[in-house]
Write a protein that binds this ligand. Structure first.
Ligand SMILES: N[C@@H](CCC(=O)N[C@@H](CS)C(=O)NCC(=O)O)C(=O)O
Length: 202
């Protein structure tokens, strides 16, 4: 069964769903519907009233929010779950995924503040506040990264997509500096076929 995915090639949230689909052998099940959420004529709200990508159209309803989209995709393949079903492993994966989603929210918020607003309307205090969140969360992930191991679960997928987004849009934050464990882990993670196939394209 083909599932329609509202897709944007630079969205790190969409990338999470795509990476999970690659890792679980479902990429051929996705019909990508290119969507520019910022264009005045966008019809994204037909699938997601929040006007955001990703949204996944399924027989069980249209799902928005990337954690939910990923959970759905993870429920429909026969391999090892990338979100463990129960126990401490589940909470570890979801905890790391939520932290990395927070990095993404702060990073995307910064990009909107700095690239989409007229320069005279940029609120520098907000840019600095978001940079502080990103730095603190990455420090926490630096401490977690030594324990990252196979499978490439939703926590690691989200961290990898967040770091890839920082390289793509906020390279000036120099996230690798002072975080050698995370940097070394990402060096390998970024070479996975699921990651190279989904690199953001401007
Ligand atoms: N929490 C959402 C965030 C999705 C999101 O913000 N997507 C961006 C693209 S990177 C978007 O569609 N933004 C449009 C808007 O905010 O109006 C998720 O995890 O899917």
């Amino acid at each position: 069964m083909t599932l329609k995915l509202r897709f944007a090639p630079t969205s790190p949230y969409v990338r999470k769903a795509m990476v999970l689909a690659h890792e679980t052998g479902q990429i051929e099940d996705l019909e990508l519907v290119p969507t520019d959420v910022w264009s005045a004529g966008t019809d994204i709200q037909a699938d997601n009233p929040l006007g955001k990508v990703p949204a996944l159209v399924t027989p069980d309803g249209t799902l928005c929010d990337s954690p939910l989209v990923c959970e759905y995709l993870d429920s429909r393949h026969g391999g090892r779950r990338l979100i463990p079903e129960s126990g401490p492993a589940r909470w570890r994966v979801l905890r790391i995924a939520a932290l990395a989603d927070g990095v993404l929210d702060a990073a995307v918020g910064t990009v909107i503040e700095t690239l989409r607003r007229p320069p005279e309307k940029v609120w520098q205090g907000n840019v600095e506040r978001q940079a502080g969140k990103i730095a603190a969360a990455l420090d926490a992930l630096e401490a977690e990264a030594a324990a990252f191991e196979e499978p490439f679960d939703l926590g690691q997928i989200t961290v990898a997509c967040a770091l890839g987004y920082l390289d793509f849009r906020l390279a000036e934050l120099d996230w690798r500096s002072g975080r050698p464990t995370l940097a070394a882990w990402y060096e390998t993670a970024a070479k996975r076929p699921s990651m190279t196939a989904t690199e953001p394209r401007a």
